[in-house]
Design a protein around this ligand. Structure first.
Ligand code: CUA
Length: 321
């Protein structure tokens, strides 16, 4: 029994911290939502205690005949007035909170475009006087600055959610939705798709790296650079196997935007929308057996690629930092 209670406590508490917890806020919006949650928990707990105390009291009450005045008071007071006042208060507080959560980012804020696709995220940073920078499944944001996320979905409905930074917003085909975030704490936050979008919905996650402004500027400048040359054999395999029909690697002949931009794929925290860790071994596995890792993925399997070519290709991709 004690073991079961301990296990239940540990399981519950594990949800209170970590890179994907709404109860471990690292941004203004997540902090407000977490405070609403704790107010509701505390209020709900108090009401539950009160109702339980009344039920126990009623069970042990010595009846000395009906008391219609008291009964009326209990029914009208406890059944009508009390819930109306409490629920109206909660509604007013949530509407007030919502107003702040839906407020647009101030003019001049950083703007990042995120598209949800089956089953990955296309991330685009516009740059003044330069070509936009595109990457996949990873966002970097400067700490203590507002950011406007412009969200859309070309295929089916997805939902953008980084529990540690704010609430979720749907990404709807044919529409553009927006989300404003104010990251307050440097760190890495995991986000996920929060709307069922097909076979690999559960394998559609991403990372948000919140960092100091200088680190962010350095990162963005690095992302804007074309790919490192690297090993010529790996690059040749990439082009001859037809990878460029779907992927772009800036600085090579591959410029397609069907799949993720791979210009700096080796520097990302994960592969296949946070399904695999990064590295040559994982890259080779992904190229050869994407369907085993991510059911119904659009990426064709290159299992016929000779092992040496696959190794050279994976090593080249890993070097694209
Ligand atoms: Cu995309 Cu669920």
């Amino acid at each position: 029994m004690a073991k079961a209670v301990r296990l239940a406590c540990v399981t519950c508490l594990l949800g209170c911290a970590g890179e994907q917890s709404a109860l471990d806020p690292g941004g203004r919006e997540a902090r407000q939502l977490a405070s609403l949650f704790w107010w509701l928990v505390a209020g709900g707990g108090l009401i539950w205690l009160g109702v339980t105390a009344l039920a126990v009291w009623a069970a042990y009450l010595k009846r000395d005949g009906p008391r219609p005045d008291r009964e009326r008071l209990l029914i009208v007071g406890g059944g009508v007035v009390f819930p109306t006042v409490v629920l109206a208060g909660v509604l007013a507080y949530s509407l007030w909170l919502l107003q702040g959560l839906l407020a647009p980012a101030p003019p001049g804020s950083l703007r990042v475009h995120v598209s949800g696709l089956q089953w990955w995220w296309r991330v685009t940073y516009g740059r003044e006087g330069g070509e936009p920078v595109e990457l996949a499944n990873e966002l970097h944001l400067p700490v203590s600055e507002p950011v406007e996320l412009v969200l859309d979905a070309p295929d089916v409905i997805h939902s953008f959610w980084v529990p540690g930074l704010g609430g979720k917003v749907d990404m709807i085909p044919g529409r553009t939705t927006r989300l404003t975030l104010h990251p307050e704490r440097v760190g890495v936050y995991r986000g996920a798709c929060a709307e069922y979008c097909g076979a690999s919905h559960a394998l559609m996650a991403f990372y948000v790296v919140v960092e100091e402004r200088e680190a962010f500027d350095r990162w963005l400048a690095g992302q804007a650079r074309p790919a490192a040359a690297g090993d010529a054999r790996g690059a040749a395999v990439f082009l001859s196997a037809g990878c460029g029909a779907c992927h772009a690697v800036r600085g090579t002949a591959a410029r397609s935007r069907v799949g993720p931009d791979l210009t700096h794929v080796g520097g990302r925290r994960s592969l296949a929308a946070a399904t695999l860790g990064n590295g040559a071994e994982a890259l080779a596995r992904w190229v050869r057996q994407p369907h085993v890792i991510k059911p119904e993925v659009r990426m064709p399997a290159f299992h016929l690629l000779p092992a040496e070519d696959a190794g050279a290709l994976a090593a080249w991709l890993e070097g694209l930092k």
